[in-house]
Design a protein. Structure first.
Length: 263
């Protein structure tokens, strides 16, 4: 198992992957300009086997209740795979495949695979969770931290049209009510039944689209340094409210593509 960073290149785009730091995308440079916030906790990390918060860290699978560590008290947040070291299955100039075997505290055996594929104007991340053992509920998502400003330019604009916004309770979890989308700032989950489609525009510099066939996205822009646009396979606390089952016959798969153009 190698924990060395991997560099992918295509045209004037360069991606850094960090297998030893939760398979996070440590950096994305376009024409030498860094789009992702730098630091061990930032970049873009995979959220798996769940996304966002689980209420009180507990989820039910049939009659069994499982307790996850409360890494964001009083909740558990963003899965376990971002804390682990991943293995490199294969790598080339513009593509890498990383794998991670689910271990405790997650109660079920399973394997996560993430493929990062770079072209001169897009990065596609594809993730799957598979099991050869018992079925279990899971979620897949990505948590990128995009720099609010690039090289001292104007702050980014976030544009999207959602069908609804999940009402957020005082505990930061969806209440189950759906609202008409409200203006930001946000730490909120939105529904996009036609697929996630969010545009980030750094005026006179770059436009970047975050797209996914999934219909859930969390937008978080309450921090000064960065904004987050997080496509995912279900809402926060979804292991309890909208579980997607991974079975030996049917893995859970999702992908997101970030495509960009100069302005």
């Amino acid at each position: 198992m190698s924990h060395e960073d991997i560099t992918l290149t295509a045209g004037d785009a360069e991606v850094t992957l960090q297998p030893g730091n939760g398979a996070r995308v440590g950096g994305l440079r376009v024409g030498g300009v860094q789009l992702l916030r730098q630091g061990d906790r930032f970049g873009c990390f995979p959220m798996v086997p769940w996304c966002g918060r689980i209420r009180d860290g507990r989820f039910r699978d049939g009659a069994e209740v499982h307790q996850m560590p409360l890494n964001s008290p009083p909740h558990a947040i963003h899965g376990t795979a971002r804390d682990g070291a991943w293995s490199i299955a294969r790598t080339s100039t513009d593509e890498a495949v990383l794998t991670y075997d689910l271990v405790e505290p997650w109660p079920y055996p399973g394997r996560v695979t993430q493929v990062a594929a770079l072209t001169p104007d897009a990065l596609t991340l594809t993730m799957s969770v598979e099991t050869y053992d018992s079925s279990f509920p899971a979620q897949i998502g990505w948590h990128p931290w995009f720099n609010r400003a690039l090289d001292g330019g104007e702050p980014v604009r976030i544009d999207f049209t959602a069908a609804w916004q999940e009402e957020r309770g005082d505990d930061h979890l969806p209440t189950g009510n759906r609202l008409d989308p409200k203006p930001g700032p946000w730490d909120d989950c939105f529904g996009m039944p036609g697929g996630v489609d969010v545009t980030l525009t750094w005026p006179r510099q770059l436009e970047l689209k975050v797209a996914s066939r999934e219909e859930w996205v969390v937008v978080y822009d309450e921090q000064e340094a960065a904004v987050c646009v997080e496509p995912q396979t279900g809402p926060p606390n979804g292991l309890n409210t909208l579980p997607r089952l991974v079975t030996p016959l049917e893995p859970l798969e999702a992908s997101t593509t970030w495509s960009w153009r100069r302005l």
